[in-house]
Design a binder for this molecule. Structure first.
Ligand code: PMP
Length: 459
């Protein structure tokens, strides 16, 4: 590889339109070129070593460079690189993965529909939920309720389910019969009113019932949510929230969909976020962690309530993707899930690494710049506040989160900024020593940001 960083940047700027990017601004600045990775570290084209506290994009849960995933892909590429599942055919890896997923998911799940990504999985959810009510003779039940600041993907249906106003503003979204309620974000919405977390959790859940009554219960098909909102800023709902949501769905017979694209496969310290939060979803979207991001794969776990209707009364379901059950992706997923089982990664997050990270984040609350810090399993968020005592935020146009993110990049740490929430979701294979190492970097970046904020007179 003889190209220099500048060569890569020039070719990148000339030809590659990046996702969620201001093309012109990036072309002027130049991309950072990531060339290789091992365990929890990345190396860029300038030779800098970077601790990847975001697991790529919330996906590389088993860390980089795992030989058995590489071997599984190689062997399957040789044996059968592709065959489809459309025409009454199936491949052994897809069948075996379907079987294994029904083992590692809650008992209501015995069937899976495969997709190529999380967004496609959520498109499948929309089609399937509406088909379910159709088959049951209630075609007017079409409305799906989601939340502001949710992220469910970037396809037409995924972005419509999501509650990102910037996405709705482009491309005529949301599509019909998708509506949103406010998110369960205590620090921003409950704390200023003096509500306890628990009281706020019940209040936020009551917004679902209010919306159901406004739409008309006979028109509501499903409610969808991420157990912990990831891209929205690692918004961890109060413990009272999800049980109350489950009760409301039960009361009105509405399907509950858990988007587990980030929370699935151990991120929260249980196999599934719904297990951590205490819900019993009818459908679960997954992607990312199913292959630890080594190769694209997603899908929807279909609970028996829905599966029985579609199987016994549904006839043909006119929906599917070329890569539904891609044999190479499924072979990698099998190797990945077996590795998670063998190394007991989920228990490790629940019993050891999660509590250890939580202690560290608790200590961060003493930092002058930190208004709040919280974790769930191996995901965490730090809120940067102008006045920590009152929780007063910085003016959003100051982009203090981006200042902090700049320091992270400069100090060999990948941490993401969502507004002024600094977030992490590191690989589940981390050691305690590596958590210590990450925390030293996080503190250093907070100190540097604090110094900037003071020097610029922002506090
Ligand atoms: N749902 C959630 C909760 C996600 O976090 C994401 C991706 N960040 C998606 C869906 C979409 O997945 P993909 O990017 O694989 O389409």
């Amino acid at each position: 590889m003889s190209r220099t960083t500048q060569d890569w940047q020039a070719a990148d700027a000339a030809h590659f339109l990046h996702p969620f990017t201001d093309f012109d601004a990036l072309a002027k600045k130049g991309s950072r070129i990531i060339e290789r990775a091992e365990n929890i570290y990345l190396w860029d084209s300038e030779g800098h070593k970077i601790l990847d506290a975001m697991s790529g994009l919330w996906c590389v849960n088993v860390g980089y460079g795992r030989q058995e995933l590489i071997d599984a892909a190689t062997a399957q590429l040789k044996q059968l690189p592709f065959y489809n599942a459309f025409f009454q055919t199936a491949t052994p890896p897809a069948i075996e993965l379907a079987e294994l997923l029904s083992e590692v998911t809650p008992p209501q799940f015995r069937h899976v529909f495969f997709s190529g990504s999380g967004s496609e999985g959520n498109d499948t959810v929309v089609r399937m939920v509406r088909r379910y009510w159709d088959v049951l003779g209630q075609p007017e039940r079409k409305v799906i309720i989601s939340r502001n600041n949710a992220y469910h993907g970037s396809t037409m249906a995924g972005a419509s389910l999501g509650g990102m106003s910037g996405m709705h503003a482009q491309g005529g979204l949301p599509i019909p019969d998708i509506t949103h309620i406010e998110q369960p974000y205590w620090y921003e919405l409950g704390r200023p009113q003096g509500l306890s977390r628990d009281d706020f959790g019940r209040l936020a859940a009551s917004w679902l019932e209010k919306k159901i009554l406004e739409v008309g219960p006979e028109r509501v098909a499903a409610f969808i949510g991420e157990p912990v909102q990831g891209a929205g800023g690692v918004i961890i709902p109060p413990a009272t929230y999800w049980p109350a949501i489950q009760a409301i769905c039960d009361k009105y017979g509405i399907l509950l969909v858990s988007d587990e694209v980030i929370c699935g496969f151990g991120r929260t310290g249980r196999w599934w976020g719904c297990e951590t939060m205490g819900t019993r979803p009818d459908l679960m979207t997954f992607a990312k962690g199913v292959t630890s991001g080594y190769i694209p794969l997603g899908g929807v776990m279909v609970g028996e309530r829905v599966a029985r209707v579609l199987i016994e009364q549904g006839g043909e379901f006119n929906h599917g993707y070329t890569y539904s059950g891609h044999p190479v992706a499924c072979a990698v997923a099998l190797a990945n899930i077996r590795l998670i089982q063998r190394e007991r990664l989920v228990d490790r997050v629940r019993d050891d690494l999660g509590p250890y990270l939580a202690q560290h984040f608790e200590a961060l609350k003493a930092h002058p710049l930190v208004g709040d810090a919280e974790t769930c399993g191996l995901m965490g968020a730090v809120v940067l506040a102008r006045d920590k005592a009152s929780g007063t935020p910085f003016a959003s146009d100051l982009e203090v989160g981006m200042v902090c993110r700049g320091h992270c990049f400069g100090n060999g740490l990948i941490m993401r900024a969502v507004g002024d929430r600094m977030i992490i979701a590191p690989p589940l294979v981390m050691t305690r020593d590596q958590i210590d190492e990450m925390m030293v970097l996080i503190k250093r970046c907070l100190d540097l940001t604090w110094a900037d904020v003071k020097a610029r007179g922002w506090v």
